[in-house]
Design a protein around this ligand. Structure first.
Ligand SMILES: C[S@@+](CC[C@H](N)C(=O)[O-])C[C@H]1O[C@@H](n2cnc3c(N)ncnc32)[C@H](O)[C@@H]1O
Length: 362
């Protein structure tokens, strides 16, 4: 039903559309608050304790997790309201369905998605700095965020890498798997916590892997993870920028969800071109988001583009380089930057809902 009362534009408002959109925004506000409960469930081990446990009372879940029952009961009520957990009033018990456990409880599964919520704490905490940045045009550096962002980013991307990196993405690069099996030199640039590095190192014991990142706390975390996994013989991590890491004759240079975060992606690719061995390959993994904003109007595109506002663009701007791309600059732009850097061969090698994987070479 259209009425004559307009807001702002002075046009007639379709009240049904207003109500529908209001419901949408209320749903989103519920999701924004409930995300905190998802993160608590993930980090406090509540989902893990419920996975496969069958129906539990709040007291039983509290005992399993060593947490205070009153808080656990409140958390469970929110989980029931969000339909993550079901409730049986006759027995006063709560159940995490197996299908939900596959998404919330086990970081080793490719469907695990709870990790993203760890990063939320950091994203929301950035709001004041972002307001200032919107006014001044300055950046907010990656290193200015809290550990929640670094750990959350690693947890968010890891399941996708674990599922596809070795069996699909590396297999889609011509001749690379064979080189890695024989023994190759690999640089993983902007490696963060280095899950991509250690996943490759586990699969290819004859190769040497060098992870680089300009963020010291991430490099320290990556070293700890590689040590725990017993991979120190073939993996090293060093603090270095994407434009100046040491080493040459790399058979493979990888960029996992980081090239667009640098202030000088062209400089990073130029350095990679110089550091590649003859016949070497760059693997550029970028978020699967389009340069056309309308094409990102789906759940993954929404998450990615919002993350670009909060982190990717400000991180690149803080580096005061020639380009701040954001995470949806699109294939054509990335390809042109690679071409200018002397990497003239560019091919979309693989794709997942979250990532596009490009094979790039001289
Ligand atoms: C979104 S995170 C991705 C981390 C990791 N590759 C992953 O996939 O989980 C981006 C990473 O790029 C790193 N980074 C940003 N600019 C950089 C630069 N100029 N040189 C080196 N690393 C950089 C950040 O420190 C951060 O670890």
């Amino acid at each position: 039903m259209a009425t004559s009362s307009g807001v702002g534009s002075g046009g007639a408002l379709d009240q049904e559309r207003v109500q529908a959109f209001l419901e949408r925004v209320i749903t989103d506000s519920g999701a924004a608050v409930a995300g905190l409960c998802t993160s608590l469930g993930d980090r406090l081990g509540l989902y893990t304790a419920m996975a496969g446990a069958g129906p539990l009372t709040s007291a039983q879940l509290a005992a399993r997790t060593g947490l205070v029952e009153r808080y656990v009961r409140e958390w469970l009520a929110a989980q029931v309201a969000g339909e993550y957990v079901s409730y049986a009033p006759d027995t006063d018990t709560y159940l995490l369905p197996a299908e939900h456990a596959a998404v919330l409880a086990d970081p080793e599964l490719p469907t695990y998605a709870a990790g993203f919520f760890t990063a939320m704490q950091a994203l929301y905490a950035t709001e004041d700095a972002l307001m200032e940045a919107f006014r001044t045009g300055e950046g907010v550096g990656w290193e200015e965020h809290s550990t929640a962002l670094f750990a959350g980013t690693a947890k968010f991307f890891r399941p996708g890498y674990a599922a596809a990196l070795v069996p699909e993405w590396l297999a889609a690069l011509e001749g690379v798997r064979e080189k890695l099996e024989r023994g190759a030199r690999v640089a993983d640039v902007g490696c963060g916590y280095g899950y991509s590095t250690t996943l490759m190192a586990r699969a290819f014991p004859r190769s040497q892997f060098h992870g680089f990142d300009f963020h010291r706390p991430s490099i320290e975390a990556a070293r700890g993870i590689a040590d725990e996994e017993g991979l120190a013989d073939r993996v090293s991590f060093e603090v270095a920028t994407a434009q100046d890491y040491p080493g040459e004759d790399f058979d493979l240079i990888t960029f996992f969800d980081c090239l667009h975060d640098t202030g000088d992606p062209g400089g990073a690719l130029h350095h990679a071109e110089e550091a590649l061995a003859d016949g070497g390959t760059c693997m550029v993994v970028e978020p699967n988001a389009s340069a056309n904003a309308q094409e990102n109007a789906h759940p993954v595109g929404r998450a990615l583009t919002a993350a670009s506002v909060a982190v990717c663009l400000p991180s690149a701007l803080a580096q005061h380089g020639p380009r701040a791309l954001g995470n949806h600059a699109g294939e054509e732009t990335m390809r042109e930057i690679a071409d200018e850097a002397g990497l003239h061969h560019w091919r979309l090698a693989a794709e997942s809902p979250l990532n596009r994987v490009y094979a790039v070479g001289r």
